[in-house]
Ligand binder design. Sequence first.
Ligand code: ZN
Length: 352
Amino acid sequence: MAGTVSVLGGEIAADAARRRAETDGVERARQGESRERRLAPGLWQIDTLLGGWPEVNAVFLLEGESPCLVETGPQLDAPVVVAALARRGLGPEDLAWVVVTHVHLDHAGAVGEIAGAFPSARIVAHERGVRHLADPTRLVEAAGRVYGERLDSLYGRMTPVPPERLQAAADQEVIELGAGRRLRLIESPGHAKHHLAVLDESSGALLVGDAVGVQIPGGEALRPATPPDDFDLGRALGSLRRFAQLGPEQVVLTHYGPAGPPDQVLAESERQLHLWSEIAREAYREEASVDHLEEALRARIRPRQRALPERLAAVQLLTGWRSNAAGLWGWLERERRAGEAGSGPARGGSRA
Ligand SMILES: [Zn+2]
């Protein structure tokens, strides 16, 4: 199974290089207007064209006296994001805030380039993730183990941000955009320990990063993202319940965009998390290996019939069988160890 994944990875990397060459540079910038979509007054979704694919990875601009960018995209997409912000009228001194939902490379990889292009912006991340933005060495090493050759063809790496530009955020922290517009940061662990969602209080849009899952147009139905090393079922479900209590007008995924009626989306996310973790739990009892969990997920999660092959490749990149199996395995291992220690179910791992 591991072999299948790495072959698929190679194909994805080669395709990405081709698509990138076709759409690169000036051509990508020229196409820009259609890459920006207004989700609510003063809230824009910007397509970063990850890997040359449309509608796979987004960043979000909140306009105001003190504008805020939510997510940066991966390092390789930084020029696309900077050009889109320029089209929205933002000069180098105009961006006040950058918030990343978490420090994975598709969400925060361009943070150093964005910080450089907008020298007045303060960079905000969860207090448990922010140190990785000042020193991304370990983060990039970990991403290299997961992505292999795709690291340099699809994502790039991460340029450190000077520590004085960084701001550590806790749950319920508020970011003022001026003229009464506020963003509220919602701690939402599960996918990652250091995950924040961003509630735009004036529009009711809730930007959920990866905490609700992945659903890209033309690809699979909503699918959980349970990567190593942090995935924790109880925390992920708790985050979904917090989101429901907020009563959002829209639930907006970084991969990709508004996901449908919020109540239905959150309920479906919960259902899928239970399904995937139950399959993983059964498989783990038979044989506690990542390979076996991956086989079980592949066998039991039925693909959506209308999904397009190219879109499925993008889904696999973002939340592939292997990555989800490895994250679920890690969660079950922690649960077993906690059980052996006689301290009840695991509430999270010891790894950063
Ligand atoms: Zn992530």
